[in-house]
Design a binder for this molecule. Structure first.
Ligand code: BGC
Length: 426
């Protein structure tokens, strides 16, 4: 059996907007309502009102830790107005987890902004950094006693790229200039949030949850193959290396601009890895719009999830090595999971990724915990509710929104109890 260390932390993750429901003062809420063909988050799985039932389930499933987030739009629905009812509700959630002995990893920002921030040009506006830090200062003072781990920003690269370059997410810009500006301001926001959390809680452990896809060229022979490798080299820079380099050096990576950011250097106490899939872009004359590369090219025999993302457990090991070699800080897997409606692949997905983690630990890399994405079915952004990431299933047609742990949830509980997968689980 692959026994994990006794103090390895087992849990799962969610974000506020994706499960709470009725996040009415947020930019996403407004965007969902205004966008034709977009499914709205509505009451989602109503975690806002059913959190105790969900926390009981976490206990039943043997979880030791839970990663969830605060919604800035609930805490500060209008500029400078802090909503005491929302704050009390978050305190009840945190207390409820504490009462059940579940450790908390708290995310301060997971892509969603208050609508008033979006109306002031969101992260393009340097004032948003100021406002964000005021919210962080407020939230940290309110909730300082609860989290064991803090995440300042979730995948800022995805918010920045999808919101400003590809135009997939609100505010749907398509501008390299905007994307760079937003990235710079998010880095400033992270550095400021790191400082504030440590001011109030010197012992706090603070990190970012970063998106790390595993990118590899398709391997076409000849010049096309060179082109694929060049694209991968550049893709990595854009997606995560430019962010990591900026954190490492405290200066903006040239892709973002120039200049030193106060407090950015060394502003993480651990590395948060969100890992889902591998991509193998293939040279193709039929894809002029994506630079003559087919980003979804699928090698024969490779399994996929419901999104057609490649399932590639070895990728998590490559990423762990890369992150460890860069930062030499403890690592938490802050997200790893699969869209798998009929739950036929989730169990093996978990086991196979855990094997990779175990090997890394055996070789001396301090991987300290694993948060499976997701605890429960959730609002998958642009895809609405079609994609099912939950260990726990919720039928949205059911007026009671009854929670039903999928078979893979049972397997994961057993893994936690055994402190690792059994050989027979593989
Ligand atoms: C995000 C989650 C999302 C998941 C699956 C991650 O990048 O942080 O919010 O649900 O991917 O797409």
């Amino acid at each position: 059996m692959n026994k994990f260390p006794e103090n390895f932390l087992w849990g799962s993750a969610v974000s506020g907007h994706q499960i709470e429901g009725n996040n009415e003062h947020s930019d996403w809420w407004h965007w969902e309502l205004a966008t034709e063909g977009q499914q709205t988050s509505g009451k989602a799985v109503d975690h806002w009102n059913r959190f105790e039932e969900d926390h009981d389930l976490l206990v039943e499933m043997g979880h030791e830790a839970f990663r969830f987030g605060l919604e800035w739009a609930r805490i500060e629905p209008r500029r400078g107005e802090f909503d005491s009812a929302a704050i009390d509700q978050y305190r009840r959630m945190l207390q409820s987890l504490r009462d059940r002995g579940i450790k908390v990893c708290l995310t301060l920002h997971h892509w969603v902004l208050p609508q008033w921030v979006s109306e002031q040009n969101d992260w393009r506006n340097p004032d948003t950094v100021e406002q964000f830090l005021r919210y962080v200062d407020f939230a940290v003072q309110e909730f300082a006693e609860f989290p064991d781990l803090w995440i300042t920003l979730n995948e800022p690269m995805v918010a920045s790229l999808a919101g400003n370059l590809s135009g997939d997410f609100p505010p749907q810009r398509r501008s390299i200039f905007a994307c760079r500006q937003v990235s710079r301001n998010m880095l400033r926001a992270h550095a400021g949030a790191y400082r504030i959390i440590h001011q109030h809680c010197p012992e706090a452990r603070v990190g970012l949850a970063m998106a790390y896809p595993h990118l590899e060229g398709w391997g076409t022979p000849g010049p096309e193959g060179w082109y694929e490798r060049l694209a991968v080299w550049f893709g990595k820079k854009v997606v995560y290396e430019a962010w990591d380099r900026s954190l490492e050096t405290g200066r903006f990576h040239p892709l973002f601009g120039w200049g030193v950011v106060d407090g950015l250097r060394d502003s993480i106490d651990f590395c948060g890895i969100n890992y889902y899939f591998r991509m193998t872009p293939r040279f193709s004359l039929r894809h002029p719009r994506s630079g003559f590369l087919d980003p979804a090219a699928l090698p024969e025999g490779v399994e996929t999830n419901d999104f057609q993302w490649q399932i590639w457990p070895e990728g998590i090991r490559h990423i762990i090595d890369e992150v460890w070699n860069r930062f030499r800080k403890p690592i938490f897997i802050t997200e790893n999971g699969i869209a798998d409606r009929d739950d036929s692949k989730r169990g093996a997905y978990i086991v196979n990724h855990l094997h990779q983690l175990h090997q890394a630990i055996q070789e001396g890399i301090p991987v300290e915990g694993y948060f499976h994405w997701s605890f429960i079915d959730n609002f998958e952004w642009k895809e609405g509710f079609e994609m099912k990431f939950g260990l726990v299933e919720v039928d949205l047609e059911d007026p009671d929104l009854a929670r039903r742990p999928r078979p893979s949830a049972g397997l994961y509980s057993r893994i936690i109890r055994n402190r690792g997968p059994l050989e027979t689980d593989a």
